[in-house]
Design a protein around this ligand. Structure first.
Ligand SMILES: C[S@@+](CC[C@H](N)C(=O)[O-])C[C@H]1O[C@@H](n2cnc3c(N)ncnc32)[C@H](O)[C@@H]1O
Length: 442
């Protein structure tokens, strides 16, 4: 069992004192914004991203914006242990927004080095009057008590953890969950493979497959090389599906679920003639902005992949399908708390239909790559097996050890990749990637 560092309690011993007279006025605007972000993050999938682009958030000073964002991310990364601790003190669920304010108070004291008096006082100040006593008492009680336990098992929602244990076993489930608490670095894909000149200015380490990994923070648009389009943000695991198409100059490649476009950029940078299809016009605008910034080109089509009437067939088809995205929890910890078992089943059905549709677009001898940023076997192994069972004209095109920089630990005996976040030393998005080959033209 891991334990957390004790927050630095002011006053004598480990007791919580009142706010000292010399304390700066609490920055309530940033905490209030963090509360709004947290509520949006937990209300529904995509809620956090929307709240981060809302006027309310963008009107904050850059400093308050940075603090609010860091606070909500720390809270989401430790939500499991935080809620366990709160539940141990609360007889029943308190009225909103008390739980949110208590969550933020604990996250500040334990993970953001906020002095305890400031963490407590700002949460109390933001609570409606009738809830202030409760928020104050619970926070002070917990911050005086034993450290919060941060068992990996407690970091994930119990039902998801149980699924991972059933799918991958105890050891891997623990190692996956331990990654939830870690703040991720940022991985970048380079427009010119091996653009070694970028590593220094970006303070980046070169990863085996040619991506860069940096711990720089803040707005990526201000980082060296961004405006010249020399790189784009892309997790090193997310860079594998496009690489495994083997796309090269002269080939025609269809990117079926293309937006916001990281994989389209890779395919275009490899010299292929790319058709980038997505049904979301809004997300395609981000893809087009990426193409414009990097000086790369692709044919961009807004259409539903299931009904797109175009009769063309392609040398390679990449289906990076919509999924539960549970593998992206390092940058999007909110996905863990918004996922529902029913969503996984529904998304698995959509993926099956999309695989069938994508297969019709592959030339004889061509490749079909199916990828999802999910850790759930229904969105992965089960899809690959069902697809092969229903498509005698396709066979698995086994990925070879280390191909494209894939972690060796991720290669399954079936020839596909089940990438777990702790593979290759950790810091990866969870992915499933299978490659099929069309054997006959039917
Ligand atoms: C996992 S994201 C793709 C990410 C993208 N490949 C990238 O690397 O940036 C899934 C995408 O599928 C798109 N999508 C979902 N259903 C679709 C459909 N029926 N037809 C076309 N696109 C669809 C969504 O709009 C979303 O952009």
């Amino acid at each position: 069992m891991q334990t957390l560092p004790q927050p630095d309690l002011p006053g004598t011993g480990r007791g919580v004192t009142e706010t000292p007279n010399s304390a700066p006025a609490p920055a309530l605007a940033a905490r209030a914004a963090a509360l709004a972000l947290l509520e949006a993050a937990l209300a529904r999938r995509g809620g956090l991203d929307e709240a981060l682009s809302s006027g309310r958030y963008l009107r904050l000073s850059p400093q308050d914006r940075g603090f609010a964002r860091a606070l909500v991310m720390a809270t989401l990364r430790h939500l499991g242990p935080i809620d366990r601790a709160l539940d141990s003190r609360l007889k029943r669920d308190p009225p909103a927004p008390a739980r949110g304010l208590m969550r933020l108070g604990l996250a500040q004291a334990f993970w953001l080095d906020t002095p305890v008096f400031a963490a407590v006082d700002t949460s109390v100040a933001l609570a409606p009057k009738p809830l202030r006593g409760l928020v104050n008492a619970v926070l002070r009680g917990l911050l005086r008590g034993a450290p919060l336990s941060e068992d990996p098992e407690a970091l994930a929602p119990a039902w998801l953890y149980a699924r991972w244990r059933a799918a991958f076993g105890d050891e891997d489930a623990q190692a996956i969950a331990a990654q939830i608490a870690l703040e991720p670095a940022t991985d970048l894909s380079l427009r010119e493979p091996g653009d070694a000149a970028m590593a220094g200015p970006l303070e980046a380490e070169a990863l085996p497959a040619g991506s860069l990994r940096t711990r720089l923070r803040g707005d990526v648009a201000g980082w060296p090389g961004f405006s010249e389009g020399r790189w784009w943000v892309q997790d090193v695991a997310a860079a594998l599906p496009a690489r495994l198409t083997g796309a090269r100059a002269g080939q025609e490649v269809l990117d079926v679920c293309a937006a916001p476009g990281g994989k389209t950029l890779q395919l275009a940078a490899a010299g292929a003639r790319v058709t980038a299809l997505d049904r979301s016009a809004a997300r395609l605008r981000r893809l087009e902005a990426g193409l414009a910034r990097t000086g790369l080109s692709a044919e961009v089509i807004a259409a539903d992949a299931l009904t797109w009437p175009d009769p063309r067939r392609f040398d390679a088809v990449l289906l990076d399908a919509p999924c539960s995205a549970t593998g992206t929890f390092r940058r999007h910890p909110d996905v863990l708390w918004n996922a529902r078992p029913g969503d996984i089943a529904a998304l698995a059905q959509i993926q099956a239909a999309m695989l069938v549709a994508a297969a019709t677009r592959v030339k004889a001898g061509g490749r079909l790559i199916y990828s999802v940023c999910s850790l759930e076997p229904e969105e992965g192994e089960a899809q690959a097996r069902d697809f092969l069972a229903g498509h005698g004209d396709f066979a698995i095109d086994a990925i070879s050890p280390g191909e494209g920089g894939a972690p060796e630990a991720s290669l399954a005996p079936e020839g596909w990749l089940r990438i777990l976040p702790h593979h290759a030393g950790g810091g990866l998005d969870g992915f499933f990637i299978a490659r099929f080959k069309r054997m006959s033209p039917s």
